[in-house]
Design a protein around this ligand. Structure first.
Ligand SMILES: *Cc1c(COP(=O)(O)O)cnc(C)c1O
Length: 393
């Protein structure tokens, strides 16, 4: 993300807080992902819409030729509206309602990622009523702990996601026998913010074993969906604005044993959307106590809940700094909850009332998770081109 003079001048004219989406970096990110994905033939990148559902962003997703990974009827409608073609839309989630399933069927989406036998039956029944046959991929829980990069036998009954490995063969056979669903493929998603590529290597070898088992039972699989979860650098976003998409796809190319003509899907969210988004906020007061300096800003967890929800930390910079001297600040929001804190002891160039701060890496799981707690209005998001227009250049 770049904050040049034009951008900074324009920021001064806009009511804070707001989201700023650097569309040059967005373009670079999407290009890098698309280029890297070409390493594996027949790969489609699906943008995980739950990470950022801004209509303008979805237009960039469409223009990049990406598909979409949706987790609600609302997301499917937004994608269709943005012009993303239905045959590139997948629908995932453990709790799809009948209404959402029917919406997806009537739009002829590419496939449902199905998480249980019950869901398979309901999709079959609703598709039958609508005189359609729909593609289903079965989400298999491969028992991989993405954070410890070891095989781990998680209690299968404890995990709400996916179909247990033990039930896989039964589920696939069931799908094949249902009249109004077509067994399209297998779906996996092992976690989020994964920076250890070994997890993707382990996933690949697990998928290889699963495919061997299915083939032994005479079952061919058309599509493999490796999910999302590639992480980003929250500590040094300015040094590492692009995730290593090459390494990500190279890992699957190297370790995943694909069958001839098999198609590959991945569903990246954060990796495609985090780094080009910043939350821009104005300092309302700088409060000094005997031991601390607080920068009290006009954004709160209503705009960016990740720090409060996951104890996540986003890099904060002072865009208005004039002073070389640095101090430690607790950067806090105005909401009446002590979790409304963006950072403690942040080393920042002297912050004064009125200074603009940027909270970085906020393009993913930022705007989409906004709330109106404390009767605060939802804030706007501006792309670079909106900002330039605003400032009259
Ligand atoms: C959330 C989610 C994604 C995207 O996750 P990221 O960590 O943002 O890449 C992809 N697939 C499924 C099934 C998900 O639930």
């Amino acid at each position: 993300m770049k904050f040049d003079k034009t951008i900074l001048n324009a920021f001064g004219q806009i009511e804070t807080p707001f989201y700023y989406y650097d569309t040059a970096l967005l373009g670079q990110t999407f290009d890098a992902a698309r280029q890297a994905s070409l390493q594996i033939p027949n790969t489609t990148v699906h943008f995980a819409v739950k990470s950022n559902a801004n209509p303008r962003v979805l237009q960039y997703v469409r223009d990049a030729g990406f598909g979409a990974d949706c987790v609600s009827g609302g997301e499917i409608e937004l994608c269709i509206k943005a012009g993303i073609s239905a045959d590139k839309i997948m629908f995932a989630g453990v709790g799809k309602t009948d209404k959402e399933i029917m919406l997806a069927i009537s739009n002829d989406i590419l496939c449902f990622n199905v998480e249980s036998l019950e869901e398979l039956d309901i999709i079959n029944q609703l598709a039958g009523q609508m005189d359609k046959t729909v593609n289903v991929a079965l989400r298999i829980n491969p028992n991989i702990d993405a954070h410890t990069h070891e095989y781990i036998t998680t209690g299968l009954e404890d995990n709400k996601f996916g179909i247990a490995l033990d039930d896989m063969l039964k589920a696939v056979k069931h799908a094949i026998n249902l009249p109004n669903v077509n067994y399209y493929g297998l779906h996996f998603h092992i976690g989020s913010q994964i920076l250890n590529y070994n997890s993707f290597r382990i996933l690949s070898s697990r998928i290889n074993k699963i495919q061997d088992a299915l083939e032994a039972a005479g079952i061919q699989t058309c599509s493999i969906n490796v999910g999302g979860g590639l992480g980003i650098d929250y500590d040094k976003p300015q040094d590492n604005p692009l995730p290593d998409f090459n390494k990500y796809f190279a890992t699957f190319k190297k370790y995943l044993r694909l069958r001839p003509n098999q198609v590959i899907h991945c569903e990246l969210g954060r990796a495609l959307s985090a780094q080009w988004g910043s939350l821009i906020t104005r300092t309302i007061f700088v409060k000094r106590t005997r031991t601390k300096r607080f920068a009290i800003v006009d954004a709160g967890f209503t705009e960016l809940i990740r720090p409060a929800l996951y104890q996540a930390h986003h890099k904060i910079i002072n865009l208005s700094a004039t002073d070389k001297k640095r101090h430690r600040y607790d950067v806090v929001g105005p909401i009446c909850e002590s979790t409304d804190t963006f950072g403690t002891d942040e080393l920042l160039p002297t912050v004064e009332r009125g200074h603009l701060l940027a909270i970085l890496s906020a393009g993913a799981y930022g705007e989409v998770m906004a709330s109106q707690y404390n009767c605060r209005p939802l804030v706007k998001a501006y792309c670079t081109e909106d900002i330039i227009k605003q400032s009259g250049h």
